[in-house]
Structure formats: C-alpha cells, structure tokens
Design a protein around this ligand. Structure first.
Ligand SMILES: Cc1cc2nc3c(=O)[nH]c(=O)nc-3n(C[C@H](O)[C@H](O)[C@H](O)COP(=O)(O)OP(=O)(O)OC[C@H]3O[C@@H](n4cnc5c(N)ncnc54)[C@H](O)[C@@H]3O)c2cc1C
Length: 455
C-alpha cells in the first residue's frame, strides 16, 4: 500500500469506524479480484468502479456537467447525497428567472450561450422547460448597478430600451407604477425556467448518454489515487475512482472543501424564501406569462425580483434577493416567512409602492417556499481547478449566489471541458471566477457600481 492509500485510509478512518473503512477498501479490492477471477480476467466489475469523470452534487450545475461530459462519450458518475430532485438545496421549485441584464459585462455572453444550450437540450429531450417572456428592470434612474446593466447589455448587442414612469405605465397592463425619478428597462431576453423539471431533463439526458446516477450517496472524502486521478468515498462505504472529479456541491461546498483538506472557499449558505402573492381579480390573465407579462427586478435597496403568473393560477412570485446565514444541515425552515419577517415586510412595502394596483399585499403572501443561496463575497461564481494537492484533477463550480440557474447549461459545459480537456473551450471570461481572487482580497472582485446589501 503506497503513502497515498495509507493517508486515504487514515482519513477515512476518522470518518468511519475503522472496521467499516478497511472493509470498504478491502471489499472493493476483493470484488475487483473476484470479478477478474470469475470473468477470466474480465474488467467489467473493475470498470464499474472507475469513471472518467465523477461529479459530486446533482443540482443544476452537477446535472448539466454530467450531461455535457457524458454527451462527449466520457464515462460519468453523478453522486447526490439526498434523493434526486430533492428540495433541500438551491435547484428545486417551480420558477427561476432568465435574464441578460447584468451590471457585470462578463455575464451577458454566458446567458446568451446558455439560452442556446437550453434550447438544444429541450429539443433533445422533446419538451420545454424555459418559457420566453420579456424582462423588465426598474429602479432609481441614478442607480449605478441599473445603469451598468443597461451599458453591459448594449455592449453585447442586447437591446435595452429605457422608459420613464409615464411610458412604463403604458406597458404590461399598467402593472408597474414607477415612483418619480425611476426608470424601467425592457429587454427581450427574459423567461421563466421550471427548475425541478429542468433538473430532471438534464439528469435523464445524462443517463441517456450513459452517465450513471447514484443518489443517497454522500461523498465523505476525496483524495488523490495512487495511480493518478482521484478516489471518492461515499457514506455507504463505497469507493469509486475518477480520472477527474467535478465538485458542484452548492451550499455544502465549503464543508466538503474543508473536509477534503482543499483550499477553503468563502461560500456562505443563506436561507431564503420565495413568496407568492394574490393577483387582484381583474388582472389574473394580464399578469400571466401567456399574456406576455415579463420577469422583473427592482434595483436599489431592497433588490426585489419576480416572475409572471405561471406555476400557481392566481398567484405571482415576488421575493427579495438575499437571506440569512445558515448551516445547510440545520436550517430553521420558517425563518423570515411569518408576519413581520424582514423579507415579507420588505416585499409587502415594495408591492404597495410599485404594483399595488394589481397585486394584493395587505394580508401578506399567500404562500412561501424555502430555498438556499450559496453566496460568494462578491456574488461572482467560482469556476476553477481546486488546485493544491488536487492540481487540475478536481474542478469546482460553486458560489452561484442566487443567480446561477439560468447559466446552468453553459457552466456545466465549461466544467466538463475543464475536466475532460484541461481547459474551457467555450468562449467565456473566466478570470473573475478564479479562487485566487479571495487570496488577493477576501471580498473578491471589486465592482465600480454599488453592491446590494444582501445579508
Ligand atoms: C430562492 C431562490 C431563487 C433563485 N432565483 C434564481 C433566478 O431567478 N435565476 C437564476 O438564474 N438563479 C436563481 N437562483 C439561483 C440558482 O437556483 C442557483 O444558483 C443554482 O440552483 C445553484 O445550483 P447548484 O447545482 O450549484 O447547487 P444545488 O442545487 O444546491 O446543488 C448542489 C447539490 O450537491 C449536493 N451535495 C452537496 N454536498 C454533497 C456531498 N458531500 N455528496 C453528494 N452530494 C452533495 C446537494 O445535496 C445538492 O443536491 C435562485 C436560488 C434560490 C434559492
């Protein structure tokens, strides 16, 4: 047994009772030997434990990465700690906004490429998960983030039409009453994604391309394997080997990185809530996606976002970006949802001010759902090689900070390219997603426009 294997065994022993750990390693080797003996040296069972790419975490990022790698003919294993399509992370539920308006100029090209990939996957699957709508941003005319979002759209040739309060009142059935001094920005690149359906789509496409999906398989250790690549242990005592590994563990990524002795990632889990409000009787149809009502966001404090009525007839989603720090394994599920909860009050006040003619807010939300952000200090993603002892063998996609879903297909493709080819072939600016930025400055990328106070 070489030094690496011993170290791995030592680490596993601290996670499991020693008998079980050595049993796990032993049984893997025995089964490999047995398989070879029984099959006359056949490699079938050995190969069942060996993959080109092992993906840890089956949220949207891991599911898209597994699909992208499997589509390229690689042998892929996707491991998920809970049941597939669970509701305990960030990728479940009924709606996510698709939009291209970002103050940072490096996101719109990713959004545009992602749109192409969403449509490609839909046509491969034979059904749709993304409903196109316009997108409408509102906020104070002088808001530096809103101004930067308009500029970055125009930089990339995305039409962003700026309107004042009077013109805004003519749009979208007059649903938005902009306060004096506010502007609205209309773009055609918008839409609503069905997240759980989208996850199921990418997982089934990945399986169709030969990926193995294994749920209830919590990854407890990742270590360099003696013969190259990585060894990945799960809580049930199984060990698999991957030439490469992609970690897409969402809000658990810091816990996992700390456990495997990798560079610590400053990703803070935030508990957040999605709120649904009653649409006033006369506007049930006009606020629907079918009638062309937009996805929308309101800049400044608080940052509010919403989607047209689609998933629950008579209700519209209007929520506040941000949340309260939490431990992903010990959440207070009701936090912030009750009367007087910070998010409820902030959204209620915003509705009264901007959409009060069309949406009822006096009695509070009709419904709420819990979700979780994996927030980076600068709200930019982490898409990088893990480095350290793992070098280029482990790629990490993390810190999607409450806005990553729309870019799942393009990020998954980039993660797969990094794992399979050693570099991303997709044209994208990735420098601002590197881990090293936190070593240079714990707050990460500095931005010229105002940042929202989200926590
Ligand atoms: C309320 C809310 C609203 C949002 N709105 C939008 C929006 O409008 N538009 C948008 O683009 N984005 C939005 N987002 C953000 C988007 O949903 C997330 O960025 C995205 O879902 C993150 O996906 P992920 O795969 O990184 O994380 P997750 O979905 O959390 O997936 C990580 C997975 O890894 C698994 N895992 C963790 N550790 C282990 C382990 N040790 N072993 C095995 N498995 C493990 C977890 O169980 C989980 O399934 C929103 C998020 C929330 C919460």
């Amino acid at each position: 047994m070489n030094r690496s294997s011993l170290y791995f065994l030592y680490n596993l022993r601290s996670t499991y009772p020693s008998a079980k750990v050595s049993g796990a390693l032993e049984s893997t080797r025995k089964s490999e030997r047995k398989s070879m003996e029984l099959a006359g040296g056949g490699k079938e069972e050995t190969q069942q434990q060996r993959f080109d790419v092992v993906v840890v975490g089956a949220g949207i990022m891991g599911s898209c990465a597994a699909y992208a790698a499997a589509k390229r003919g690689r042998r892929v294993l996707l491991l998920e700690q809970f049941d597939l399509l669970h509701h305990l992370g960030s990728s479940h539920g009924e709606s996510r906004t698709f939009r291209a308006t970002y103050p940072e100029p490096y996101y719109p090209p990713l959004v545009v490429e992602s749109l192409r990939l969403w449509r490609e996957a839909e046509s491969e699957a034979g059904y749709s998960v993304l409903t196109a709508t316009p997108h409408f941003d509102v906020g104070p005319a002088g808001d530096s983030s809103l101004q930067a979002a308009v500029a970055s759209c125009r930089l990339h040739g995305i039409d962003a039409r700026v309107v004042g309060p009077d013109a805004a009142a003519e749009l979208f059935s007059g649903a938005f009453t902009l306060p004096p001094g506010w502007i609205g920005v209309v773009t055609d690149v918008g839409g609503v994604i069905k997240p759980t359906k989208a996850l199921a789509m990418f997982q089934s496409l990945a399986a169709r391309h030969g990926a193995v999906l294994r749920d209830r398989a919590e990854v407890t250790q990742i270590e360099r394997a003696g013969d190259g690549g990585v060894a990945v242990a799960t809580a049930d005592g199984r060990i698999v080997f991957g030439r490469k590994c992609i970690i897409t563990a969402g809000a658990w990524v810091k816990k996992l990185a700390d456990k495997i002795g990798a560079a610590s990632l400053p990703i803070q889990p935030l508990h957040t809530t999605i709120l649904y409000w009653k649409i006033r009787e006369n506007y049930l149809k006009s606020l629907s996606a079918a009638a062309g009502f937009p996805t929308f966001a309101s800049y400044g404090e608080p940052y509010i976002y919403g989607t047209p009525s689609l998933e629950f007839p008579g209700l519209i989603k209007i929520a506040m970006h941000g949340g309260s720090p939490c431990d992903p394994d010990r959440r207070s599920w009701a936090a912030g949802t009750g009367p007087g909860g910070a998010a409820v009050e902030a959204v209620r006040a915003w509705i009264g001010r901007v959409m009060g003619g069309h949406v009822e807010s006096a009695d509070g939300p009709a419904m709420s759902q819990a979700c979780m952000y994996a927030m980076s200090p600068d709200e930019d993603f982490v898409v990088d090689f893990l480095g350290g002892e793992f070098g280029d063998d482990v790629v990490v996609g993390a810190g999607f900070s409450g806005h990553g879903f729309k870019m799942g297909p393009v990020i998954g493709k980039i993660l797969a390219e990094m794992a399979v080819d050693g570099a991303a072939a997709t044209a994208a600016e990735l420098a601002q997603f590197q881990i090293v930025r936190f070593q240079k400055d714990p707050k990460g990328n500095r931005k010229e426009f105002a940042e929202q106070d989200l926590i």
